[in-house]
Write a protein that binds this ligand. Structure first.
Ligand SMILES: [Zn+2]
Length: 263
């Protein structure tokens, strides 16, 4: 083995040692987030949004959104159904809505431009709440944290040091405005459709909602579509789930769950 080769081997060995120590360091100092930590971040994020966005003062509008949201919340699995959910209507032209870990639902009044009746609004709220019950924010956070450990590892190993120092002080934001993965989006569609149907909202109206969204998209994309895949991809998937959703819907109606939420 010549000198050059030996030196390259030593360098590789040094890099490997650094990476190994980094992994153990990361293991102690950067644990992945727990559900309760994500809940607190959701609480903080919601307070921030409320501090910066005017809320609707239209009592009928607020009661309407609350009526749809509460009907869906009642159908959520434990522990979500028993949580004290906060439902807020923001006075904003944004065509958007969200749900946050910790039990928060936010609807922007702009959503009424595409959600024209209670069933269409239930489609939106069902979808957003499903992101919470399926723990998508927690999963995304931990995906990002893992990816960052890798990036910092390479930075340390290659001698671009400051990133390593940042590792310990890193406070990853929950990044509510970031998109979920395509798989998480279709899971939220599927699970959300079940929730709305079990609450007694007509699941067939989900297609109308996404068609309205698509129509608006041609004039300028609704904010909701900046973090959500194009409606055309989801409509076929939703239709394929109608038999199951309609069975839930008929059962709900037979059991007297027949919401009459009016704007
Ligand atoms: Zn979504």
């Amino acid at each position: 083995m010549g000198y050059r080769k030996l030196s390259a081997c030593r360098r590789l060995l040094a890099v490997a040692t650094l990476l190994l120590s980094l992994v153990s360091l990361a293991g102690c100092s950067l644990p992945l987030a727990s559900e309760s930590e994500i809940d607190s971040q959701g609480d903080a994020e919601f307070r921030k949004i409320r501090a910066n966005t005017p809320v609707s003062t239209d009592a009928a509008e607020r009661a309407y959104v609350d009526c749809v949201a509460q009907a869906i919340i009642a159908q959520l699995p434990a522990p979500y159904a028993d949580k004290n959910w906060e439902v807020e209507v923001f006075d904003s032209e944004q065509i958007n809505a969200f749900a946050l870990p910790g039990g928060h639902i936010g609807v922007f009044t702009g959503i009424f431009k595409v959600a024209e009746n209670q069933d269409e609004l239930a489609t939106v709220i069902g979808h957003e709440v499903a992101h919470v019950t399926q723990e998508h924010a927690l999963k995304r956070y931990n995906r990002e944290a893992t990816a960052r450990i890798g990036v910092v590892g390479v930075a340390i190993a290659t001698g671009t040091g400051q990133a390593g120092a940042d590792l310990l002080g890193m406070a990853t934001s929950l990044g509510m405005s970031l998109p979920f993965s395509r798989g998480e989006e279709s899971e939220a569609d599927t699970v959300g459709l079940r929730y709305m149907a079990a609450a007694g909202f007509d699941p067939r109206q989900s297609v109308a909602l996404w068609q309205n969204m698509q129509r608006k998209d041609k004039l300028g994309p609704p904010e909701m579509l900046s973090t959500h895949p194009s409606p055309e991809h989801r409509i076929d998937d939703l239709v394929a789930q109608f038999p199951e959703a309609l069975a839930l819907y008929n059962k709900a109606r037979a059991a007297g769950r027949s919401p009459q939420c009016q704007r």
